[in-house]
Design a protein around this ligand. Structure first.
Ligand code: HEC
Ligand code: HEC
Length: 302
C-alpha cells in the first residue's frame, strides 16, 4: 500500500477548482497591494498644488462677480501704486507704444517740466497713443486716483511731485452726491464736471492749430505713404494688437462688420472718435492723413 498516511486536503473536484483559482488570484492580489503600498507616499513636486484649497477655489470661482458698492459709504481711494499696477503698467512698465517708461528719468524729465497740471490734463484727455484715463472710465478711477498714479510714476522716475489734496468724500462720485443730499457736495461735483468739460473743450481747441505743422510735411508724400506712416506712428498702438478691442490690422472679420457702414461714416469715426477710439487716434494729423490711414488699414483687411 503506497497511500499517503495523511488526509489529502483536496477531496472533491469543486475544491480542486477553488484551489487552482486561489493559486492564481492570491499572488496577484498580494502584488497589487504591494504595488499600492510602495507607491503610497505623499507626493510633493511640480503640479501637486493643483489640489490645494487656494488653487481649487480659484478654479471653481464664478466667472462673473458682482461688486456691490454702497453709494453712501465713504469712498476709499486707490493708491497711485494700485492704479498704476491695474491700468497704467500695461503700457508704462515696458514703454509700449512709446509711453514714457516707468523709472526712465530721461524720458520723464521733459514731461515733468510741463508741470503736474499739464500731465494730469494729458492723462485725463489722452495724448498721442496715450488713451484718455489710460482707457478707464471715471466710474472706475476718479480724477484724483489718475493723478495719484501719475505722481507714483513720476516720483519713481526722477520727479518730486506733491500728492494732490484728497477730494471731500461726498463729491467723489456723482452717485454719492444726491444720496448725501448735502448742497456743498453737489456743488463740488458740479464744479468738477464743469472743469472736465472745460478741459475737453481746451483739448479740442488745441487740435487744429497743432495740425497745420505736420500736415504740410506729410502731404508732399503720396497719400498711401502718408497713411502708412500715420498708421505706424499712431494707429498701430491700438490697432496692431487690438488693444481696447480696436479692430485688428488685417483681421478681415473684424473689419467686414464695420465696413458694412458707408465709408464716410467710417472716416467720421476715425476723425471724431467712437467708444474707446480717440478722435484721430489722439493725434494732431490732418484729416486727409487720417483718412489715408483708414484706407491703409481697410486695404489690409480686404
Ligand atoms: C494703451 C497704452 C497706455 C496706457 C494703458 C496708459 N498710458 Fe500713459 N502714455 C501712453 C503713451 C503712448 C504716452 C506718450 C504720449 C505722447 O507723448 O505722445 C503716454 C504718456 C503719459 C503721460 C505723459 C503725458 C505728457 O504730458 O507727456 C502721463 C502723465 C501718462 N501717460 C499717465 C498715464 C496714467 C496715469 C495711466 C493709467 C491710469 C496711463 N498713462 C496709462 C500710453 C498709455
Ligand atoms: C488708443 C487706441 C487707438 C488708437 C491709437 C487708434 N484707434 Fe482706431 N479704434 C480704437 C478702438 C477701441 C476702436 C473700436 C471702437 C468701437 O467700435 O467702439 C477703433 C476703431 C477704429 C475704426 C473703425 C470705426 C468703425 O467702427 O467703423 C477706424 C476706421 C479707426 N479706428 C481708425 C483709426 C486710425 C486711422 C487711427 C490712427 C490715426 C486709429 N484708429 C488709432 C482704438 C484706437
Amino acid at each position: 500500500m503506497s497511500e499517503a498516511p495523511h488526509g489529502a486536503p483536496i477531496k472533491t473536484p469543486g475544491q480542486l477548482i477553488a484551489a487552482v483559482i486561489a493559486g492564481f488570484a492570491v499572488p496577484i492580489v498580494i502584488i497589487i497591494l504591494l504595488a499600492v503600498y510602495v507607491n503610497n507616499t505623499t507626493r510633493t513636486g511640480a503640479g501637486t498644488d493643483l489640489f490645494s484649497d487656494a488653487s481649487v477655489a480659484s478654479r471653481i470661482a464664478p466667472v462673473a462677480q458682482v461688486d456691490i458698492r454702497d453709494a453712501n459709504a465713504p469712498r476709499v481711494f486707490k493708491t497711485g501704486e494700485q492704479v498704476y499696477q491695474a491700468v497704467c503698467s500695461t503700457c508704462h512698465a515696458a514703454g509700449t507704444a512709446g509711453a514714457p517708461k516707468f523709472g526712465d528719468a530721461g524720458n520723464w524729465a521733459p514731461r515733468l517740466a510741463e508741470g503736474y497740471d499739464t500731465l494730469l490734463h494729458n492723462a485725463l484727455n489722452g495724448k498721442g497713443a496715450m488713451p484718455a484715463r489710460g482707457g478707464t472710465s471715471p466710474d472706475d478711477y476718479s480724477d484724483f486716483e489718475i493723478g495719484r498714479a501719475i505722481i507714483y510714476m513720476a516720483n519713481n522716475s526722477g520727479g518730486k511731485l506733491e500728492e494732490p489734496a484728497q477730494p471731500a468724500s461726498g463729491a467723489a462720485t456723482a452717485a454719492a452726491a444726491p444720496a448725501s443730499g448735502a448742497a456743498p457736495a453737489a456743488a463740488a461735483s458740479g464744479a468738477q464736471e464743469n472743469s472736465q468739460a472745460a478741459a475737453a473743450v481746451a483739448a479740442l481747441a488745441s487740435v487744429p492749430q497743432a495740425a497745420s505743422a505736420p500736415a504740410a510735411g506729410a502731404q508732399s508724400a503720396d497719400a498711401s505713404q502718408a497713411g502708412k506712416a500715420l498708421y505706424t506712428q499712431v494707429c498701430q498702438a491700438c490697432h496692431a494688437a487690438g488693444v481696447l478691442n480696436a479692430p485688428k490690422f488685417g483681421d478681415k472679420a473684424a473689419w467686414a462688420e464695420r465696413l458694412k457702414e458707408p465709408m464716410d461714416t467710417v472716416y467720421g469715426y476715425a476723425l471724431h472718435g467712437k467708444g474707446a477710439m480717440p478722435p484721430k487716434g489722439g493725434s494732431t494729423a490732418s484729416d486727409a492723413d487720417v483718412k489715408a490711414a483708414v484706407d491703409y488699414m481697410v486695404s489690409a483687411a480686404k
